[in-house]
Write a protein that binds this ligand. Structure first.
Ligand code: NAP
Ligand code: F7E
Length: 348
């Protein structure tokens, strides 16, 4: 049985990856941040009582800000594969919290790489490392973006991801380690954080349909993104680590849509006339925007045999259906006299 270590296991991708690896027979370990409320909602369906004998998901307190703890956990768990998914991953927030974003996204990756390098040396094993790089690194470079497109990052988040990407390449070359960067374009799902634009939209549409919300405030509707489904993308992460050599891969669908087009499609599925509900709020604009991302994943198709299986239409429909159901549950709770928070994506 193989053992995996995941930073960011409580996030969208971490939860899909943990499910995927369990399906492959892995023992899965992940770090969770200590918070005053539970932050493991996305994992509850696969997380069993740690006292149970057949428990294969193991959660440990840890943080990318704490090098000694990362080193201790890696040495103790002895993973075959390490997936570094942990991040302050919100682009707009990174303008407000630039130093923190750099500490977790860039220096946090360096901390984990140093622990990984020393573990690889001392154990004499050949463990593998996946780094969650991002299409945001391409920023202002024109589409279609490939592995050879120059980086032109447009936010503190993107600059930090570029630093982490190059730390990963330098550690691969300097220490002869198996480290792969996955340059993933936007990927979404019903588990997407509620302050990213797709989920903010589908969550609001569900609530509007159920009469729980009237207005949805958005920023720039004209930027274009290449949106895939997270379940397809975590499969690509794993495939990169099964390849014969460590390399960097773009993962994308090759199709792009504007935020306005996403809104049109989602609203049509939800049966909502969005023009009556959507308003512009400049607080959701970025000081420097990324206008147009559309990836070319020919390399991943050719060398890994990876291709997306879930279409844009299926993705939008799944997100809308999930959020219509959630809104119905909220309405039932309200009718029974319970409190329901309707703050939605107000912070993103
Ligand atoms: P996400 O839902 O925002 O999850 C981020 C994860 O990182 C969460 O588990 C979060 O924990 C954890 N985290 C945050 N700060 C941390 C810290 N100081 N120490 C340890 N863990 C910390 O992001 P995602 O969409 O799953 O993305 C996964 C990774 O891929 C991220 O690195 C992201 O930047 C990158 N990426 C995402 C996309 C995309 O479109 N989704 C595309 C390209 C790259 P909490 O649950 O406690 O907040
Ligand atoms: O914005 C526009 C916004 O926040 C998409 C992260 O996973 O993917 C994600 O970053 C677009 C932008 O994602 C609102 O200006 C309009 O043009 O959903 P987003 P992102 O910035 O593309 C990359 C690949 C990552 O690596 C990141 O971790 O939508 N937009 N109005 C809005 N965006 C938000 N959030 N909220 C709005 O109200």
């Amino acid at each position: 049985m193989k053992t995996a270590f995941i930073s960011g296991i409580t996030g969208q991708d971490g939860s899909y990856l943990a499910e995927f690896l369990l399906g492959k027979g892995y023992d899965v370990h992940g770090i969770v941040r200590r918070t005053s409320t539970f932050n493991t909602d996305r994992l509850d369906h696969i997380y069993s009582d740690p006292h149970a004998r057949d428990c294969r998901v193991h959660l440990h307190y840890g943080d990318l800000a704490n090098a000694a703890r990362l080193r201790q956990l890696i040495d103790q768990i002895q993973p075959d594969e390490v997936y570094n998914l942990g991040a302050q991953s919100h682009v707009r927030v990174s303008f407000d919290q630039a130093e923190y974003t750099a500490d977790i996204v860039a220096t946090g990756t360096l901390r984990l790489l140093e622990a990984f390098r020393d573990y690889a040396r001392s154990s004499g094993r050949d463990p593998r490392f996946y780094q969650a790089s991002s299409s945001e690194m391409f920023g202002a470079s024109a589409p279609p973006q490939t592995e050879t497109t120059p980086f032109y990052p447009r936010s503190p988040y993107a600059v930090s991801k570029v630093a982490a990407h190059w730390y990963a390449i330098n550690f691969r070359e300097a220490h002869n380690l198996f480290i792969a960067n996955g340059i993933l374009f936007n990927h979404e799902s019903p588990r997407r954080g509620e302050t990213f634009v797709t989920r903010k939209i589908t969550r609001a549409l569900g609530r509007i349909r159920e009469g729980l919300q009237d207005k949805l405030y958005l920023g720039n509707l004209e930027s274009r993104r290449d949106w895939g489904h997270a379940a397809d993308y975590v499969r690509a992460m794993w495939m990169m680590l099964q390849h014969s050599e460590p390399q960097d891969f773009v993962i994308a669908t090759g199709e792009s849509y504007s935020v306005r087009e996403f809104l049109d499609k989602a609203a049509a599925y939800a049966g909502v006339d969005w023009q009556k509900h959507v308003e512009f709020d400049p607080r959701y604009l970025r000081p420097t925007e990324v206008d147009y991302l559309e990836g070319d994943c020919t390399k991943a198709k050719t060398l890994l045999g990876w291709a997306p299986e879930i279409s844009f239409d299926q993705l939008v429909r799944a997100m809308v259906e999930g959020d219509l159901e959630l809104a119905r549950q909220e309405r039932t709770l309200l009718a029974a006299g319970h409190q329901v928070s309707v703050r939605g994506g107000a912070h993103g």
